[in-house]
Ligand binder design. Structure first.
Ligand code: NZQ
Ligand code: ZN
Length: 386
């Protein structure tokens, strides 16, 4: 296991009714609040009204950035920065999923930065100060509620970039699984695939002796495999929603990979797909991941696939290692299919048109991945996924 530093400063309030902590959480930082949310689901579910009532009871003066897109755009970030500056905002409240939270994170830092917000997306080291951020999570997927990452797109240049800063950790995240009862089936499936991808990206590593990280990862993967279908078929199943929600937070920011850190493989490939075709992140990952696995399965990697097959999917350990690996990948494909996730890129509107450019952009840095990939490898994976 490698040396590492680990600190998650986000205060979590998990469970039913935890919105009772919203008022005290906001007022710690001030009473002028920018409320950031997406396309309107929070109005349809009644959460918006609940928040407004808390605002008026606690003397909060609120300003709104509504309509944050899935795959949030830099122009929306810029609008949020303007709203904060015009209204002298003290604290930002993001309500929604990764898109609203990520948009709010970059706004929080860009308000304090003299140049353009896109600079901070390109280079997180420029972030020296940020407004405090509070989160109410409404979908289990990205883990943005408890991590230091943000992903923002500029569709004019087909760039979707991840940035990070320790200042991006939300101060407080309110995780009430009941808020996820209304998440549509396709987003429940995509969210489950995203959580699993965050775990698998780092589970496939070459570092000796990271036993605790590997077993934690397997436990979280089994959690998604068990509860993903239950949440998909029974949207109001609290136990399933709760387990997925906590798995989402635990999957991404270190508990499974501090000490065994490797560069992500499927994520850079997916980010190009969303940058060029605006697809749902988790769906892109679910399509790409089995093809990535098939592409990298060889004598150097097969051992890890055996662990994956035996410990995650319960395959008989006495079988031939390649038989275990093939069967594990097939089980993963079948799992995604059971959640009705499309299995080809064409089904989500991707064509051959930009594949070469996308492969070149995605492969930047993949020489350091679990199994190093060139742009030719990435292109082959895209073609196999088409
Ligand atoms: O916009 P609204 O109307 O709220 O609807 C959303 C949106 O259409 C809907 N939704 C969310 N909660 C709901 C709900 N509908 C009904 N009831 C609810 N309770 O679901 C749709 C998707 O929302 P979004 O926030 O886009 O989903 P997600 O959480 O999957 O976020 C995706 C974004 O996060 C980035 C992705 O690339 C993508 O841009 N990621 C962020 C990461 C991070 N910050 O650490 C890491 C990830 O790997 C990922 O890249
Ligand atoms: Zn992801």
């Amino acid at each position: 296991m490698n040396n590492f530093a680990y600190q998650i400063p986000t205060e979590i309030y998990f469970g039913r009714g935890q919105i009772k902590h919203l008022e005290e959480s906001l007022l710690k930082f001030g009473h002028r609040v920018l409320l950031v949310y997406g396309g309107g689901s929070i109005k349809r579910t009644g959460l918006y009204q609940t928040i407004q009532t808390i605002f008026s009871q606690s003397g909060v003066e609120s300003f709104e950035l509504a309509g944050v897109e899935p795959n949030p755009r830099i122009d929306t970030v810029r609008k949020g920065v303007q709203l904060c500056r015009q209204n002298n905002v003290d604290v930002i409240l993001a309500v929604g999923g990764g898109s609203s939270i990520d948009c709010a994170k970059v706004i929080s830092a860009a308000v304090k930065y003299k140049g353009d917000a896109w600079d901070l997306v390109k280079n997180g080291n420029l972030i020296k100060e940020a407004l405090p951020l509070i989160v109410i999570l409404t979908i289990a997927a990205t883990g943005s509620e408890m991590d230091r990452f943000a992903v923002i797109s500029d569709m004019n240049t087909n760039d979707k970039l991840g940035t990070f800063s320790p200042l991006f950790y939300p101060k407080v995240s309110i995780l009430d699984p009941e808020y996820t009862f209304t998440v549509p089936k396709n987003q429940t499936a995509a969210g489950t695939a995203d959580i699993m991808s965050h775990i698998m990206e780092r589970y496939f590593h070459n570092i000796e002796g990271a036993y605790v990280q590997d077993r934690l990862s397997e436990g979280l993967l089994k959690t998604c495999i068990h509860y993903g279908p239950i949440a998909y078929h029974e949207p109001n199943n609290y136990e399933a929603r709760a387990n997925l929600m906590w798995a989402s937070s635990l999957a991404i920011d270190g508990i499974t990979w501090r000490g065994n850190d490797v560069v992500n493989s499927a994520h850079p490939m997916e980010h190009q797909l969303s940058a060029y075709h605006d697809i749902t992140h988790g769906v892109g990952l679910a399509i790409i991941t089995p093809h990535w696995m098939k592409h990298i399965l060889n004598e150097k990697t097969v051992g890890k696939f055996v662990d994956f097959g035996v410990n995650v999917w319960g395959i008989d350990s006495s079988l031939d290692p390649y038989e275990i690996a093939d069967s594990a990948i097939k089980k993963l494909e079948n799992f995604y299919a059971s959640l009705d996730i499309p299995s080809t890129l064409r089904e989500v509107g991707v064509t051959e048109e930009h594949l070469v450019t996308m492969a070149e952009k995605a492969s930047n840095g993949l020489e350091n991945a679990f199994y190093p990939l060139t742009s030719a490898d990435v292109l082959a994976i895209y073609k196999a996924s088409l």
